[in-house]
Design a binder for this molecule. Structure first.
Ligand code: SAM
Ligand code: SF4
Length: 331
């Protein structure tokens, strides 16, 4: 089998698939308050189309798929899609990124369908702060969703992801650590990136992983690194001296990991993106909806991967904003 390799020699193994551009939250670092012009139904890939692209992609080297959005769980029958993708031979990992609000109802059906990994985004444990950031007063439902997940141990680990924002995230860092140690959630912070639709991002807003680590170490002492030997791991992972709990820092701005990036992304409307910050896409939907056979789809993916961008340019003069914001790309 010819594997997916780009022109810089990076082996591509992971595909994030956005299944909808819609969302029931309006996080200030992602979407405008009024939402965005939504895609039309006909523009969005059907589950059958997503399954076909996934099957072809796995046959040529993709090993991990993560479903995302928008908010993936606002699309109907996501467990059906999970069931379809689980059957693909060679797929090693299938996961989902969600804001958690629909998990109370959906965790059971997702577990039953065979989902085994999940990331729940949660930026604050304080009701007012949560409402301000997401523009929705729904903290309690997200916490209930997390509790529901705990009843389904086949979905493991439960990762909780917070966007780290200067002046916002510091005061709750230790509260999140306590939650992660009490509940055995893996807690991770990701640096704020210039992918917000409102373009409010400023470099002064970045709270780095190193700064958060220092806050945690001031309370708990030196964190103990967890090493897996996987070079494409995006998070710097740590446990505590007593071995209880895990935290991680994803530092795309202060410590870019482009050199070991193994990811591509498929948008809800079937555009293949080879970098979060890409300004161009490959129209895989057009190929799919022509008479193309699987080999033509595979060849289109190989070609796009070959042209994968070297790196993002956040912080240098060449930086250009991506042609879409985060909810349209699929984070
Ligand atoms: N709606 C789902 C959710 O929030 O988990 C999935 C899609 S969301 C775009 C995926 C992830 O991107 C979330 O963890 C979110 O916090 C993160 N995200 C969104 N905008 C971001 C930004 N400007 N910088 C860093 N992370 C961002
Ligand atoms: Fe929706 Fe996720 Fe974007 Fe928040 S981060 S607005 S939950 S897509």
């Amino acid at each position: 089998m010819e594997l997916l390799i780009d022109s810089y020699g990076r082996r591509i193994k992971s595909m994030r698939i956005s299944i909808t551009d819609k969302c029931n939250f309006r996080c200030t670092y992602c979407m405008p308050a009024e939402g965005l012009p939504w895609l039309k139904k006909a523009e969005i890939l059907s589950y059958e189309e997503i399954e076909r692209i996934s099957r072809v992609a796995v046959a040529i080297g993709i090993e991990q798929i993560r479903l995302t959005g928008g908010e993936p769980l606002v699309r109907r029958d996501v467990p059906d899609l999970v069931r379809m993708l689980r059957k693909i031979d060679g797929l090693r990992s299938l996961s989902l990124t969600t804001n958690g609000i629909l998990l109370k109802q959906q965790a059971g059906p997702l577990a039953e369908a065979g989902l085994t990994r999940i990331n729940v985004s949660l930026d604050s444990l304080v009701r007012e702060k949560f409402s301000q950031l997401t523009r929705r007063d729904q903290l309690q439902r997200v916490l209930e969703g997390l509790e529901e997940l705990e009843k389904h141990p086949s979905i493991h680990p439960i990762k909780v992801n917070a966007v780290a924002i200067k002046g916002y995230s510091e005061e709750e860092a230790l509260e999140f650590v306590r939650l992660a140690r009490r509940k055995a959630y893996v807690m991770r912070w990701i640096e704020f990136m210039p992918l917000d639709a409102d373009q409010i991002w400023r470099k002064e807003d970045i709270l780095t992983g190193a700064e958060l680590k220092a806050i945690i170490e001031a309370e708990y002492g030196p964190l103990v690194p967890i090493t897996t030997g996987d070079p494409s791991e995006t998070a710097r992972r740590y446990t505590f001296s007593d071995g209880i709990g895990e935290v991680g820092f994803i530092n795309p701005v202060s410590e870019p990991f482009c050199a070991t990036c193994d990811r591509i992304r498929l948008t809800a409307d079937g555009q293949l993106r080879t970098c979060l910050f890409a300004t161009e896409e490959t129209d895989l939907r057009a190929v799919l909806r022509s008479d193309a056979n699987d080999e033509a789809i595979a060849q289109t993916i190989r070609q796009a991967v070959w042209n994968k961008e070297l790196k993002h340019h956040i912080g240098d003069k060449r930086f250009k904003r991506a042609n879409r914001s985060m909810s349209m790309i699929g984070g």
